[in-house]
Design a protein around this ligand. Sequence first.
Ligand code: SF4
Length: 324
Amino acid sequence: MSDKSGIAWTNSTWNPVTGCTKVSAGCKHCYAERDWTRLGVNPKAADYFGRAFTDVQTHAHRLDQPLRWRRPRRIFVNSMSDLFHDRVPDLFIDQVLAIMMLSPQHTFQVLTKRPERMRAYLADPWLYDRVLEAANNIRRAHPKIRLDEVPVDNPTTGFARHIWWGVSVENQETADARLPILLETPAAVRWVSLEPLLGPVDLEKGLGPNPTAKIAWVVCGGESGPGARVFRVEWAREILRQCRAADVPFFMKQMGAAFNDGRFTLRLRHRAGADPGEWPEDLRVREYPRQMNDTMRRMARLTDSERREILSNARIKGRLHVPD
Ligand code: SF4
């Protein structure tokens, strides 16, 4: 788990699960696996040391981290794994979801390449009972954090807007396979990450016409790291055009390490091509979903004393609870 993240669209990463196995072409140069080569040989990185990347493990001791982060932030769930990997038990995902429900001051960004399991998990009619039980266990385990009055809504009837459920796709084939499943997933906020984008993608093919109501956010990016595959500027422009046509917020994350500007394939000064100052001007677009957690949006504009006042008022009203 990390207090700060280099990923431009998030503030922090939270990894209650680590380790993964590859599922499609987008996994070839997996960022998490690359990072693992460093962590797996570092005795100080106790949760990684001596393990293979394919050894998927859950870490109960990391679960309560978001409860301890006081300031609202965007949190990327499992940058070092896939929450819906088949070796992660449902009961553990229940605990992850319970923590998210008990932390409405944050915005959680879940991303998977296994949308079938995400759909099945979120559509399960018993989900509310399970998450409620997990939430009650967490409340008992953290009496000092005052979670007793934080409501846990029924996830099957109108999902919490501070949890964004997304799928990662890299080409037309994976878009066609994964996007329809995402659309069938019960969620208030759905999003798509096109990174590393490996070819042109027609989103409408997977989303159908007028995807505005169905998809809240599209992120786009090229591949970074050694052996990065080419990322063509026209692919990004086409995704941006589709987002504009459908009124879907677009976030250009990075051009990658092999950026083709229409004439040449270049390595930009920023090694991941993540400095917007080096991009064509029309692609310097970094938008967020309109459903972005209102609390968070408001808090970002406040001074520390205003923020403290709002939080203490919210506690009194029993609407929002954060640790002291
Ligand atoms: S699903 Fe994600 S974390 Fe897992 S191997 Fe693929 S890219 Fe890496």
